[in-house]
Write a protein that binds this ligand. Structure first.
Ligand SMILES: Cc1cc2nc3c(=O)[nH]c(=O)nc-3n(C[C@H](O)[C@H](O)[C@H](O)COP(=O)(O)OP(=O)(O)OC[C@H]3O[C@@H](n4cnc5c(N)ncnc54)[C@H](O)[C@@H]3O)c2cc1C
Length: 403
């Protein structure tokens, strides 16, 4: 059908965590949607993802929380240790609901719960326009396919085509990058249910067990010239990471040395400035954004993925309140447009405050680790305390509500 038009009620661009969660949330409300994904198959890169209580509330609404919880252990404490210092700070975190979930488990479970043919792979969207007659969106894919949609949700990540169309500025690139990988311990590891943060002079290491044999780790550091080459070469990522961690305890060095090289990735951190979220345009007619396309944030607070799943629940709820699934086909253009716009408007209003607050926290923590100026660190630190109060994980105790 290349070069010819297709029409779908709701089209979601991007089949990552957010696109799949949005399709599932809509499906639970009885809406049919089509996900357009540029990759040939489900993308599971990036190792694992921390999910806090807020993410679990949202996953429970999608009906996949219980299944996913069984795939990762509950983390009970966070240990902050410093290289060359004896003392460490241990913070209990059982109440935060923190699990480190393999991305493949999350994405595959979401996709498997969707009706057949909900996802169209190898479909890269290159442009969008507005139909001059109906004012609904028209989508152009790289193979010439044209798709008309009544509602369009851009879940196409940090380099979003839809966000650009809405006039949002491109996300900023942080000087920090993150190496990530898994290490398998066939006889079991000895790290229990503890999340370790090891702070070095030039790095932050995170080590978090997924289950009793598998550990996920990440190392944040300033991006440099050698990292450009390493992005294409997992063995070089391992070599550079080991070099960077010199002087760390033996179990940390062994973890890097024995990691699974095919799981290694090196990612530049991107973020949308919180003030762009506060003032940016999140809706144009019946087109909107969700997930990283709207609020890509520094991963320091481990909330980008959970926030994306919250978006999915809230968007589907707002649409469900304004529209019955059968009305999408039955309503006249004007009435449908009015109702869909009103629903998306409510979604945008509800989400702006929440994602602004998450993005601000992530921005402050990210800026603290990216700067070498003590003065700036202090200013960011004070702002963070003013924002978070005593509970640095307050953002995890948020319930986005029922679907
Ligand atoms: C280093 C790092 C660590 C992180 N750690 C955590 C964590 O611990 N906890 C957490 O909650 N979050 C974490 N995050 C954030 C989390 O990974 C993201 O917020 C989440 O993956 C966003 O999902 P998404 O679906 O919005 O975007 P993406 O995962 O980027 O998915 C976008 C999808 O759209 C597709 N696409 C893009 N453009 C097009 C196009 N033109 N046409 C068709 N398809 C397209 C892509 O192929 C992709 O599949 C981390 C992020 C980074 C970078």
């Amino acid at each position: 059908m290349k070069g010819e038009g297709e029409t779908h009620d709701i089209v979601i661009i991007g089949g990552g965590i957010c696109g799949l969660a949005t399709a599932l949330a809509l499906h639970r409300k009885g809406f049919k949607s089509l996900v357009l994904e540029r990759s040939d198959e489900l993308r599971t890169t990036g190792g694992a993802i921390s999910i806090f209580m807020n993410g679990w509330y949202a996953l429970d609404q999608l009906g996949v929380g219980e299944e996913l919880r069984s795939k990762a252990i509950l983390i009970k404490e966070i240990r902050d240790a410093w290289l060359f210092k004896e003392e460490a700070k241990v913070t209990p975190c059982s109440k935060e609901g923190l699990h480190c979930l393999k991305r493949s488990d999350l994405v595959e479970t979401l996709a498997a719960t969707l009706p057949a043919e909900s996802i169209r792979f190898s479909c890269r969207v290159v442009a969008m326009e507005v139909d001059p007659i109906t004012s609904f969106p028209i989508i152009h894919a790289s193979d010439g396919l044209i798709i008309k949609a009544k509602i369009l949700v851009g879940c196409d990540g940090s380099n979003s085509v839809v966000a650009k169309k809405l006039g949002l500025k491109s996300p900023k690139i942080s000087p920090i990058c993150e190496a990530r990988g898994f290490t398998n311990y066939p006889n079991g590891h000895s790290f229990g249910d503890q999340f370790l943060h090891l702070w070095g002079n030039n790095f932050l290491l995170g080590r978090v067990p997924v289950n009793d044999k598998l550990v996920f780790w990440f190392v944040d550091h300033k991006f440099n010239q050698r990292d450009i080459e390493a992005r294409e070469d997992p063995k070089l990522i391992r070599e550079l990471t080991s070099e960077r961690l010199q002087g760390s305890p033996k179990d940390v060095i062994d973890m890097i040395t024995n990691c699974e090289t095919d799981t290694l990735t090196l990612t530049r951190i991107r973020y949308r400035a919180p003030w762009h979220i506060l003032f940016g345009k999140m809706q144009k007619g019946t087109t909107t954004l969700a997930g990283d396309s709207l609020h890509v944030m520094d991963p320091s607070i481990g909330q980008g993925g959970s926030a994306a799943i919250e978006d999915a629940v809230v968007l589907a709820r707002c649409l469900g309140r304004e529209l019955q699934p059968h009305q999408i086909a039955a309503c006249g253009c004007r009435e449908l447009k009015r109702k869909a716009e009103a629903a998306i408007n409510k979604y945008v209003r509800e989400r702006r405050v929440r994602i602004m607050s998450l993005s601000m926290r992530a921005f402050l923590i990210g800026s603290m680790s990216a700067t070498s100026s003590w003065v700036k660190r202090m200013v960011f630190g004070v702002l963070l305390v003013l924002m978070s109060g005593k509970n640095s994980h307050g953002h995890a105790h948020f319930d986005c509500g029922h679907l």
